[in-house]
Design a protein around this ligand. Structure first.
Ligand code: DAH
Length: 352
């Protein structure tokens, strides 16, 4: 009987050697460890054996059962590993193939420039104040000290809008961001009319002028206006703020100068130039041989404008400025035609 068991074990182990897939392994399990396998039948027969033989046969049969089970487990693991290796091999991914290029979007050059300007003023404590594109004549001109028929209006030919309005107060697309100064001051002043809080804002946005489109002028363009109002603001603050701005935008060694100018809503008024960074001030085509590039208009807020905004000019002073980011981008990147900005030509846009 014990000999028979040895043969059963040997036969089973030999058969297991030949198994090389999961199906065959399952068949092997059924025939060598299943209910009607020779080994299991031995257990059934134990009862009919001689009493003295029983323990030895039973012990041996159990040993074989455990041995076959552990061989089965080992084989099953080997087969699984082999299957994983096979699938790694057959489903191999060739990562050396070049991928399809991803089309990257990017920010428009003017948006990039605007964000840089916002960043610089944010660091100086200026918040962004958004104001409307459609204005009344009153806000776009009158409250900014341009009375009707004032000659300074001639520089800002306007797009008027059909609609209902008072005879002397037509609707128009704003010709500059300056009307936002009045909206902002009135909003701030309303929070505490007897002692209005200080203002420190920039007002970015599109402006519109009814002009001939040329390489230098578009009918639609951005401006960034700035406004600071408070109790002890001086021309020195204006110069310091804008000189610092120019250094942060154009480089810390840039020279700047202020030239007297005129705007109805500031007094005194100035234009700010920076030294031409193309020729270093010697004179070239970009600076029209002057050595200087104009970058913005500015001045101390006119007392009439302060009081139109709800700020008593006897107690408050302020400065304001206005710049054209497209013009500044043209200077920085030597772009010779302003029309490129809104022409949607990928050959232009992809360069930024
Ligand atoms: N609004 C002026 C323009 O469009 C630009 C400007 C100049 C704005 C001087 C200002 C300023 O706030 O102080 O031509």
């Amino acid at each position: 009987m014990l000999q028979q068991l040895d043969q059963i074990e040997q036969a089973a182990l030999e058969a297991l050697e030949k198994v090389n897939d999961e199906t065959a392994l399952e068949q092997w399990r059924v025939s060598h460890l299943g209910r009607s396998s020779p080994l299991m039948k031995t257990f059934d027969q134990l009862g009919s054996l001689d009493k003295e033989l029983r323990p030895a046969v039973g012990k041996r049969a159990n040993e074989i059962k455990r041995a076959l089970e552990s061989n089965l487990a080992e084989k099953s693991q080997l087969l699984q590993q082999a299957a994983v290796l096979r699938s790694l091999e057959s489903e191999r991914l060739d990562v050396s193939l070049p991928g399809r290029p991803v089309a990257h979007g990017r920010l428009h050059p003017v948006t990039q420039n605007l964000r840089q300007i916002f960043q610089i003023f944010a660091e100086m404590g200026f918040q962004v104040y958004r104001s409307r594109d459609v204005e009344t004549d009153e806000f776009n001109f009158q409250l900014l000290n341009f009375p009707p028929h004032h000659p300074a209006r001639e520089m800002q030919d306007s797009f008027y809008i059909a609609g209902e309005y008072a005879e002397d107060n037509p609707l128009l697309l704003r010709t500059h961001t300056s009307p936002g100064q009045i909206h902002a001051m009135r909003e701030y002043a309303a929070s505490n009319p007897d002692n209005p809080p200080p203002v420190r804002i920039i007002l970015p946005g599109m402006c519109y002028r009814y002009e001939q489109v040329t390489a230098r002028s578009e009918i639609q363009f951005n401006q960034v206006e700035g406004l600071a109002v408070g109790k002890h603001i001086t021309l020195g603050d204006l110069k310091g703020t804008l000189t610092d701005f120019a250094r942060r935008l154009f480089g810390k060694h840039v020279l700047s100068r202020f030239r007297a100018s005129h705007f109805p809503f500031t007094e005194p008024s100035a234009e700010m130039d920076i030294e031409c960074f193309v020729c270093g001030g010697k004179g070239c085509a970009v600076c029209k041989r002057t050595g200087w590039l104009e970058i913005l208009g500015c001045g101390m807020v006119h007392p009439v404008v302060l009081s139109n905004g709800g700020y008593d000019p006897a107690k408050y002073t302020g400065f304001a400025f206005g710049m054209g980011p497209e013009r500044i981008a043209m200077l920085r990147y030597k772009i010779e035609d302003i029309r490129y900005f809104w022409a949607n030509d990928m050959r232009f846009l992809e360069q930024f």
